[in-house]
Design a protein around this ligand. Structure first.
Ligand code: 13P
Length: 241
């Protein structure tokens, strides 16, 4: 199981101290088969990399520019630069970035450039509350998958993170049965080679006890709870208990 910590726009140099607990945990037997991946803000990737150098915790970024070349794009960072500083993953298509204007076409370009730089992509998809209420969830997910992965060759490096927008940071979460159906629907879209599927949206130390029962899931993309080392560790421990 993959446990991906998305720190969003949180964290500073002081936060590095909180990682000691997680590093210790990652070296213990208690981690079982859990794989930990941290996606801190760009400013902290290098510092995290140094911290994690003697352990198996992996690193990712939260976005990248769509160009795979260097260029005059003030304020942006491309996938090559991320790979160069030790990131192996990148989150693309997060709803918080879609809300800022990223469309499926741009997301598709970003995914292609990340794959070219040999990054693994955590590709976020999910519907709004109003789309859900209109019964459009599957339609929206299909469209996001079709356009986001248009002509993407190396699908083996794609993780799909299903994050219902209405569930992010709200504490609201689908019933297991409904979530399982959606995960199976996403898998069905891929036929032959199945991507790993993560769930994201209000994952916490309580609801993990239910979520872990969904056998079609390969892991979790965790926002708020991942910024607290104890909560993040608890989520992993509970998944295997
Ligand atoms: P929360 O876990 O805070 O709901 O955030 C989910 C998320 O957006 C992870 O990418």
């Amino acid at each position: 199981m993959y446990f991906v910590a998305n720190w969003k726009m949180f964290g500073n140099l002081k936060s590095l101290n909180t990682l000691d607990k997680v590093i210790k945990f990652s070296k213990s037997k208690e981690i079982k088969k859990g794989r930990l991946i941290y996606c801190p803000p760009y400013t902290l990737i290098s510092s995290f990399y140094k911290k994690f150098k003697n352990c198996l915790i992996d690193l990712g970024a939260q976005n990248c520019h769509e160009s795979d070349a260097y260029g005059s794009y003030t304020g942006f960072i491309n996938s090559k630069m991320l790979k160069n500083i030790g990131a192996n993953y990148v989150i693309i298509g997060h709803s918080e970035n879609r809300k800022k204007g990223e469309n499926d076409k741009l997301i598709n370009l970003k995914i292609k450039s990340a794959i070219k730089a040999k990054l693994k992509v955590i590709f976020c998809i999910g519907e709004t509350l109003s789309e859900k209420n209109k019964g459009k969830t599957k339609l929206i997910l299909s469209k996001q998958i079709r356009l986001g992965l248009n002509k993407v060759q190396k699908k083996s490096n794609i993780f799909i993170a299903y994050e219902p927008i209405w569930s992010i940071g709200t504490g609201k979460i689908l019933k297991n049965r409904d979530l399982d159906q959606i995960i199976k629907f996403i898998k069905y879209k891929f036929k032959g080679k199945l991507p790993k599927i993560l769930y994201g949206g209000s994952v916490n130390t309580q609801n993990i006890n239910d979520l872990k029962k969904i056998s079609s899931l390969d892991g979790f993309l965790i926002g708020g709870a991942s910024q607290n080392a104890k909560k993040f560790i608890d989520i992993v421990k509970k998944t295997y208990s």
